[in-house]
Design a protein around this ligand. Structure first.
Ligand code: UT7
Length: 335
């Protein structure tokens, strides 16, 4: 039987600053009623001064390692769009701080689809026997790139990190990653952006305006694409392993908006309790969204060993992806 990548550990981390909808109404022209009804978010967590993405990534990774019972891995793949620095990648620093000397370590940038892209990348490294184990971390601190007065983004996004440990096994084992689907559409590149600060502006001798360095999203234009891409991707991945969508015990989709989650559920004909929701408590945490939702689902007993689970993500680029597995019998380590 060919080698498969198997989920062996799960951990998550949230920063200490809890920001409720009422807190935001003191700074922005918004209301708890608008945020709750239009997005489903009730609170989010943000990093305090001086804390960065790697700090959350290290804690989530340590917890995932402790959940797995393993003390070392051979690769660290970090999905993030808010690296500590534009250069170098953040993953080598995370690996070193985890005590993982000289392992393969690199970042994957696919915004909110980053975790599924990183998972597929690490699974590929294991299946092709480049490494025997890997940490896959999704970590972002979007609070550091949002414009303080942008009510359309500040109400949605929160900071966080989640991680899984993968090890080599075979497809018959619970936890084996059975199939992936990944896609992109660069014609939508203007819909989710941090426009300035990159090579395009520098080579054009343009000094970035302050607004160019903040995150911007055309939410309405993205909404329907998110529903359609995640729904179609999940249906394809589920079919590719011989399952039917009705076989799914849980869909863990990117936590962008409660209305998006409901629409995907309707598109796939899933009951409400077949779709994981934790965005009410953490907001949209970008690359951390799926592992945080997985950790929440395990901790609340919603996701149990042997369950058929699909992961689905969608984000800037545009990028999207999905994966399917049977959930393994592992403890979750979280706050
Ligand atoms: O994570 C990566 C992928 N991202 C997504 O999937 C995000 C998808 N999009 C969304 O989740 C939603 O489009 C948003 C939550 C971003 C926005 O919700 P919407 O229902 O699409 O609102 P809208 O942008 O159409 O705005 C409706 C109204 C506007 O006012 P007018 O023009 O009707 O007078 C906005 O100015 O709501 C206003 N508005 C707000 N009002 C109070 C926008 N943001 C706020 C706010 N508080 N925070």
């Amino acid at each position: 039987m060919r080698t498969s990548a198997v989920v062996a550990g799960l951990g998550s981390a949230l920063p200490p600053n809890r920001v409720t909808n009422d807190d935001l109404t003191k700074e922005l022209d918004t209301s708890d009623e608008w945020i709750t009804s239009r997005t489903g978010v009730r609170q989010r967590f943000t990093v305090p001064v001086g804390m960065a993405t790697s700090d959350l990534a290290v804690v989530a990774a340590q917890r995932a390692l402790s959940s797995s019972g393993m003390t070392t891995v051979e690769a660290v793949v970090l999905a993030t769009s808010t690296p500590d620095h534009p250069c170098p990648a953040t993953a080598p620093d995370v690996a070193t701080r985890l005590g993982l000397a000289q392992v393969a370590a690199f970042d994957v940038a696919a915004v909110c689809a980053g975790f599924v892209y990183a998972l597929a990348t690490a699974a590929g490294l294991i299946e092709s026997r480049v490494v025997n184990s890997a940490l896959v971390i999704g970590a972002d601190t979007f609070s550091t790139i949002l414009h303080p007065q942008d009510r359309t983004t500040r109400v949605i996004f929160g900071d966080g990190a989640g991680a899984v440990v993968l090890r080599a096994g075979n497809a018959a084992i619970d936890g084996a990653l059975l199939a992936f689907d990944l896609g992109s559409d660069g014609t939508g590149r203007d819909l989710i952006t941090v426009w300035g600060g990159g090579a395009r502006q520098r080579s054009s001798r343009i000094v970035p305006a302050a607004a160019d360095l903040h995150f911007a999203m055309q939410g309405k234009a993205v909404f329907n694409r998110a529903v359609q891409c995640m729904g179609t991707s999940v249906a394809a991945t589920v079919r590719s392993v011989g399952w039917d969508v009705t076989d799914l015990d849980l869909l863990v989709a990117h936590q962008a908006n409660a209305r998006i989650l409901r629409a995907i559920g309707q598109q796939l004909d899933l009951d409400e309790d077949q779709v994981a929701v934790n965005l009410d408590r953490v907001g949209n945490t970008v690359a951390a969204s799926i592992p945080l939702a997985l950790a929440d689902a395990v901790a609340t007993g919603r996701l149990r060993p042997g369950h058929h689970v699909a992961l689905a993500a969608f984000g800037g680029g545009l990028t999207w992806g999905s994966a399917v597995l049977r959930w393994p019998d592992i403890p979750v380590a979280m706050e």
